[in-house]
Design a protein around this ligand. Structure first.
Ligand SMILES: Nc1ncnc2c1ncn2[C@@H]1O[C@H](COP(=O)(O)OP(=O)(O)OP(=O)(O)O)[C@@H](O)[C@H]1O
Length: 292
């Protein structure tokens, strides 16, 4: 049986190489292991696709959410899909959090080759996502977060920038189609979460399970500045149940359009623009899972 380890040498303050030996040791009793280092953008996608073509049993993605996203892109549409392992070396590591893996790389390595679980992935137009898709002020702001900010502030950088943009109160008209319904609304932010870990905050999308086959959709409606501030507080607290400014629904497919070609933020990076068809591929990828 074969395992391919795909490492991004630039992630984790360039410490990825120091974990190489332990990863190989963890897997080598069961698998013949090869290690590939990415040199540039999209290498992880190409390597992961090669692993599918050559019928590898396992692909281990060593890096941040960007590396996980690229690796999953390479696997998602293939007939043979290896089991995916994750060694988290990013700032946020939302996917590793959702899989209940320890964020300490050495500890996460111990889960490679152990218990597996089939998890959902999302498809947006012709791309895939494992965690979060967003349209609105927050995603623009997330795209603006610099590497230095991420390192200094960690996950909080996203919400800090997001809150500033939201308070500027930028809104737009969205048309949503799902489950035979069509809705039009003024929105500040549209979020689709697949897991309960969004920019590292576990109390957003608390109902989302990695294998529930559902897109957890949040429309943060336009309102006054006061409303906006309150909504941001609600977002931080994670309890939307009594908030009329937040429209929450679940579905397995939603079409979203807007009068303006708003940009999409997919798993933390700006990719493509509206209109978009978003669907969930239920329990599509097997992963090595952490503690339940
Ligand atoms: N050798 C390389 N040199 C420069 N960039 C690379 C290299 N290999 C991969 N990349 C790019 O690094 C990015 C992914 O970085 P990483 O895995 O650290 O995720 P991240 O999302 O930036 O993590 P986080 O934001 O949580 O710190 C991808 O855009 C990928 O194309």
């Amino acid at each position: 049986m074969k395992a391919m380890v795909i490492m991004n040498p630039t992630s984790g303050k360039e410490q990825a190489g120091t974990y190489k030996e332990n990863i190989v040791e963890q897997l080598s009793s069961t698998y013949e292991v090869i290690v590939k280092e990415t040199q540039k953008e999209h290498d992880a996608t190409l390597f992961a696709r090669e692993a599918c073509d050559e019928k590898y049993e396992v692909v281990v993605l060593v890096g941040g959410d960007g590396t996980v996203h690229e690796g999953i892109e390479g696997i998602a549409e293939q007939a043979h899909r290896p089991i995916v392992g994750v060694v988290p070396l990013g700032t946020v590591n939302d996917f590793a959090r959702a899989l209940r893996l320890p964020l300490e790389p050495e500890e996460a390595i111990a889960y490679l080759g152990k218990q597996t679980k089939a998890v959902d992935i999302g498809k947006v137009n012709e791309q895939y996502f494992v965690n979060l898709l967003a349209v609105g002020s927050l995603p623009d702001a997330v795209g603006d977060v610099s590497i230095e900010q991420k390192t200094a502030l960690g996950a909080f950088a996203y919400f800090f920038e997001g809150a500033k943009a939201a308070i500027a109160n930028e809104t737009y008209t969205l048309t949503l189609q799902y489950d035979d319904q069509q809705e039009e609304m003024e929105a500040m932010l549209f979020l689709v979460a697949l897991t309960d870990s969004v920019a590292s905050f576990r109390n957003i999308a608390t109902d989302a399970e990695v294998d529930d086959g559902l897109l957890h959709c949040y429309v943060i409606k336009a309102g006054s500045l006061l409303d906006t501030t309150r909504v941001m507080t609600t977002l931080f607290s994670g309890d939307f149940s009594d908030d009329t400014s937040v429209h929450y629904f679940t579905t397995n497919c939603v079409n979203i359009a807007s009068s303006e070609p708003y940009a999409l933020n997919v798993d933390g990076d700006m990719m493509g623009q509206l209109p978009a068809r978003i669907e969930v591929l239920k329990q599509h990828i097997h992963v090595f899972h952490g503690q339940v």
